[in-house]
Design a protein around this ligand. Structure first.
Ligand code: SF4
Ligand SMILES: [Zn+2]
Length: 128
């Protein structure tokens, strides 16, 4: 689910959240502690925690929500097995394939990257 889809179906209390206008910070993976601090000072933290806990992994909009990162929520919410390497990993290790439905790819990010590199190497050999 994208952020705009999420906001379209946002609960009434979300407009009172302390993260209003701070989406850049809430999605900045390099400093989750600052985003968490925003949540800890938020008047609707309890409502937000109950709401995000009820979402399925495919509905998770990412970023820090209710003082948890997406990876932390995925660790609680679920894993899936990569169709290429066969390793079971948290769902955030799979890129979102369809932003409308939030469905994720069957192949993990690591395997997608490795396949892309292999293709580029082959193309360079053919071009040389
Ligand atoms: S708890 Fe955090 S994510 Fe939830 S509304 Fe408040 S500031 Fe936003
Ligand atoms: Zn894989």
């Amino acid at each position: 689910m994208t952020v705009s889809q999420l906001l379209r179906h946002a609960p009434e209390w979300l407009s009172r959240g302390a993260c209003g206008g701070q989406s850049k910070l809430m999605y900045d993976e390099s400093r989750p502690e600052m985003a968490r601090a925003v949540c800890y000072g938020c008047p609707v933290l309890d409502d937000c925690r109950a709401w995000v806990t009820a979402l399925s992994p495919d509905q998770d909009p990412g970023g820090v929500i209710a003082a948890t990162t997406e990876k932390e929520r995925a660790g609680l919410a679920g894993t899936k097995v990569c169709s290429s390497c066969g390793v079971e990993q948290v769902v955030t290790e799979y890129a979102v394939r369809n932003s409308r439905t939030g469905l994720r790819r069957a192949t993990c990010k690591g395997c997608v990257h490795a396949q892309k590199c292999a293709r580029q190497t082959t193309q360079r050999r053919v071009a040389a």
